[in-house]
Design a protein. Sequence first.
Length: 260
Amino acid sequence: MNTLKNKENFQMNSEIYRLENVPLFEAMYGPGLISLGGYEAVDQMFKGIDISQKKLLDVGSGMGGMAYYLARKFHAIVTGLEIHSWMAQYATNHTPEAIKDDVNFIIYNEEGLIPAQPQTFDIICSKGVLTHVADKRELFRDLHRVLKSSGRICLIDWIVPEEKGPQNDVRPSDEISCKETLSSYQKILADCGFINTTFENESESYLRYAKILGAILESEDFKSFASDTLREILVTSNLKLIKDIESGEQISVRILGSRA
């Protein structure tokens, strides 16, 4: 898998994912974050999972907020993986001094693979990013390679109802969301060597998070972070998300599993 193919596998709108938009992201999601729910959602994601002193790979680590939080609160040792080189550099540059020895940030190598030795990590996690991966098999094969034999996966992603079949949707923000069904996701994970997979419905929580974001986007304070045009796009995209969750057309799931 070469670098170009790797970039094409992540169907994200590069127009918004730029360094100058860091204040915008943080106004929407919280310090260092680019996903719904803030640090409450991070705590819920890892509920019941012992990550203390464990080596974690955070796929789609963004500006580093979740990695910092896990290292600081749970004493995890976190490697953040990004497709955007500026994000990895930004996260590196802004790492708090107290956890500099416990976090690092990397990008895919020239072959488009994760630059890590086989069976490096105890836990692989990802929050709000995998929906942008067009070919999940390609990614999960590489994740299986770098996960320890006793390792676990802990993911937050979106799926669609079985009757809809796997879908690629274009959001108002021009991002492509590549969503599987429960059965197609289970097959991908099984084909890539993962076992004991469970899917927990988190839609109630993520509906609440989306409504909180909606209030932020409509607030007067937010107007200083985005042009009227961009704010309208973000509001429209979030309203569609709320509608899709409420109708059951889009389902948030916590995915747990282990390496075969």
